[in-house]
Design a protein around this ligand. Structure first.
Ligand SMILES: [Mn+2]
Length: 300
């Protein structure tokens, strides 16, 4: 920091002026999209696993009237043990604040990893509304219950230490991902997730995901809503379960997925490739490489 001369202080306002808003990341306008609503969750900021570069890129290229942060945005469990914060993670925060400044309504529905924020439900932080759970009305009049989803998680409510142990093991699987990613990138192979592979290979995990989806849909039905939007299990999905439209917006530690609503109330899952992978994909054309946007599940 440079020395400050007496007259600089006397100028007033010179030193205390607010830093300029961070510049927009958008360079490729063909990739820019406008949505009515964006839902993201399980970004796990503060951890190594967080794909912050991809997330900041996604936020810079996707605008919306309302942005829902559906929990596990900041990983309080991990930050308690070790502080891990990068410039890309700061960029994510800046992109969210830039949305607030440009008139986007940003609603934060805390999850289990950021449960510290639940105490602040009903308050406003830097223009971000903190709400325990929300009801979102789509453009075509459907009422969606928005919640993180951990409260239906038997493991979490019965034995918290067990969930923490699972979280620790999962963290290691994600670090394995990094290694696999680096090796495959060097070989010019497309992205492949070790932890996602393991999760899908484990039969119990698949059964668990199904049970979770059914329980959440059943609870939504009891509430008399048309559908539900949640996160928590890191498995993006749109499907109808017993007359309820179940939406899961996925995560930003493995799949880099978001749930978006268009001006007519249509919901879609977007998968966003990491900017570094896109550069790799251009350098080595690979048939199976993911594009910038890949529309996935379509509601029945
Ligand atoms: Mn969670």
């Amino acid at each position: 920091m440079a020395e400050v001369a007496w007259f600089e202080n006397a100028l007033g306002g010179f030193l205390t002026s607010r830093p300029a808003a961070p510049p927009a990341l958008v360079t490729d306008t063909s990739r820019f999209s406008r949505h009515r609503t964006i839902f993201i969750s399980d970004t796990h900021l503060g951890t190594r696993g967080c794909k912050a570069e991809a997330l900041a890129d996604f936020l810079a290229h996707n605008d919306c009237a309302t942005l829902f942060l559906v929990g596990d945005i900041v990983d309080g469990w991990r930050l308690k043990r070790r502080w891990y914060w990068t410039d890309a993670q700061t960029q994510v925060v800046n992109e969210i604040l830039r949305k607030v400044d440009s008139g986007t309504r940003v609603i934060f529905v805390p999850g289990n990893h950021d449960e510290f924020a639940r105490e602040y439900a009903g308050r406003l932080f830097a223009g971000v509304e903190v709400i325990q759970e929300a009801i979102h009305e789509t453009a075509d009049g459907k009422r969606l219950w928005v919640l993180h989803g951990d409260r239906f998680d038997g493991v979490i409510s019965f034995a918290k230490w067990l969930a923490h142990a699972g979280d620790w093991a999962y963290g290691w699987a994600l670090r394995g991902n990094e290694l696999v990613f680096r090796v495959r990138k060097r070989l010019g192979l497309p992205y492949w997730s070790l932890s996602a592979f393991l999760k899908h290979k484990v039969k119990n995990a698949v059964e668990y995901i199904c049970r979770f989806e059914e329980v959440v849909a059943e609870q939504a039905r009891l509430r008399g809503v048309d559908g539900v939007v949640c996160g928590h299990i890191h498995h993006a999905e749109i499907r109808e379960i017993g007359g309820i439209i179940y939406h899961n917006d996925g995560d930003w530690v493995e799949s880099c997925s978001a749930l978006v609503e268009d001006a007519h109330g249509n919901m879609e899952i977007l998968r966003w490739a990491d900017p570094s992978q896109r550069r790799t994909a251009r350098a080595h054309p690979v048939p199976a490489a993911r594009g910038a946007i890949q529309a996935a599940t379509v509601p029945a």
